[in-house]
Write a protein that binds this ligand. Structure first.
Ligand code: SAM
Length: 219
């Protein structure tokens, strides 16, 4: 990451936020270290930057949000990211989650359906010196051109597990996706254990904005 003066701003608030997230149970030190380094305030409107280090989701336009920091940490921990892993994110939003994954050394692919958000995320990421592979489109069908992935993270709430995403996992790969109705979703982690077998874990509940598309909700 490029260390501009703006990126260094708020570093003590960022450290405090990371301490809170650690106290809430996140143990993966690589996730915590990336969150301590990535300037979340650079992914939201300057009018909101004073609130960037509260553990809350914040609006980013188009009725979408940058996820709550704890949620970003929890999803990233569930992905079990190792340096060099190829990771696909569905729902680029502000680009913050993609930046965390880049900082952890992953080879990042990310899809966003709103063109305006896709363009802003690209700019935010470039300002920090990150150049993940970004695409504007429907992520419920994955990104087959670069499959298989070691990890896929969906950052919007799905009505069902999108089957196309499961098919794009490497053997040993993990899909982390919130599944449920529009009011609440259960975090699900699916691990591909062999060519045709999968293990599914149902984890705690969250509330995400809806995943809209072919294998999501109607737009
Ligand atoms: N990961 C984001 C971040 O770090 O800012 C937060 C994402 S926000 C909670 C969910 C995002 O998913 C929204 O930007 C929304 O437009 C996007 N989204 C919803 N359905 C989608 C789809 N089918 N394909 C791609 N993006 C989608």
């Amino acid at each position: 990451m490029k260390k501009s003066r703006t990126a260094l701003k708020f570093s003590s608030r960022r450290k405090k936020l990371v301490d809170q997230i650690r106290q809430k149970g996140i143990k993966d030190e690589n996730v915590l270290s990336a969150m301590e380094q990535i300037p979340r305030h650079m992914f939201i409107d300057t009018a909101l930057e004073n609130r960037a280090y509260e553990d809350r989701a914040l609006p980013i336009g188009k009725k979408q949000t940058i996820s709550q920091p704890y949620t970003v940490a929890a999803q990233t921990e569930l992905l079990k990211v190792k340096k060099g892993d190829k990771i696909l994110e569905i729902g680029t939003g502000s680009g913050y989650q993609a930046a965390i994954l880049c900082q952890m050394g992953a080879d990042v692919y990310s899809v966003e359906r709103h063109e305006q958000l896709y363009l802003t995320a690209r700019k935010n990421l470039q300002e920090l010196g990150f150049r993940p592979n970004l695409k504007c489109g429907d992520g419920t069908v994955g990104w087959s051109a670069y499959a298989p992935y070691d990890g896929i993270v969906v950052t919007a709430g799905a009505p069902v597990v999108p089957q196309e995403l499961i098919k794009q996992l490497n053997i040993g790969g993990r899909l982390v996706v919130p599944v449920g109705d529009k009011a609440s979703q259960r975090m699900v982690r699916i691990t591909r254990v062999s060519e045709d077998s999968y293990e599914e874990e149902q984890l705690r509940s969250y509330k995400f904005v809806p995943l809209i598309g072919e294998s999501g909700w109607d737009g």
